[in-house]
Design a protein around this ligand. Sequence first.
Ligand code: SF4
Length: 326
Amino acid sequence: MSIKVGIPRALLYYYYHPQWVTFFRRLGVETVVSRETTRGLLDKGLKSTVDEACLPVKLAVGHVLDLRDRVDYIFLPRIVSTARKEYICPKFLGFPDMVRHTINNLPPIIDCNFNLYHKGSSPADFYFQVGKFFTRNPAKIIMAYNASKAALEKHNLDMQSECLPVRQEHAADGVGNCNGINIAVIGHPYVIYDNYISMNMVKRLRDSGARVLTADHLPESVVREEAFRLPKKMFWTINQRMVGAAYHYFGREDVHGLIHVASFGCGTDSFTGELIERCARCGSHKPMLSLTVDEHTGEAGMVTRLEAFMDMVRWRRNLADAAATL
Ligand code: SF4
């Protein structure tokens, strides 16, 4: 029977899952991904987490609990930095410790450091540490790492052609019944791509005839270049990405509106939202909707706001079309 490693369907799983799954598979290790988010899974996370934690962290704890009794290891990388001279939120850094101290009877946790902050650091260092849990053969680890890197590069290219993460599980969504309305949805990947937490926002927008664009549909270079318009470099990688993408979409003629999705309890979202709103007020004039999701967010309220927003976008567009024919 092969060794099973559990991967919570949460946090940076939405960026790195093709790489993680490929890496373990190449080492001969089976991966088990936690189930899709449900109310029950979220409730388990809420009961085991401190109130001050943000919603995505509470949810991630629920996903760990979902794996606890089904796997031999749980993969919780201690992600410090994913780019030079930048950081990921400190909650990622402390997540393995939080889990260890709040959940009993866990299988061993793989919590190697992923830290690209310093010059000369490489993701290979991290994968080498992880690989040593399962083999003493360095060549096998290097080959698994190279294959996993290629899988991630392919995934990133797929994303830029407007796929969604875990695309095989979302294949039925397609790219949407586009009526020429393009809506940018800006938020943490682990919020906007989690169907339960986002209340199927992407699908709802697509069903209403919109083409949905996210930060992940843009090349890294574009997002960074836009974010460099800020007077000071933002050193939180994901939020820098969100601001850069928002600036880019605000400047595009073919994008008709933007939705910013914040998570309750997220400190960095508060100033990211402010930066995006200032851009909407001063430089863009495109319709913008700000939504904050938490464990109490009601679906009816969300649906009403999305519908009203789409009505506004269509109305503005009709006005613009009418003005163009005068
Ligand atoms: S960036 Fe915000 S939402 Fe993400 S883990 Fe940190 S506090 Fe939570």
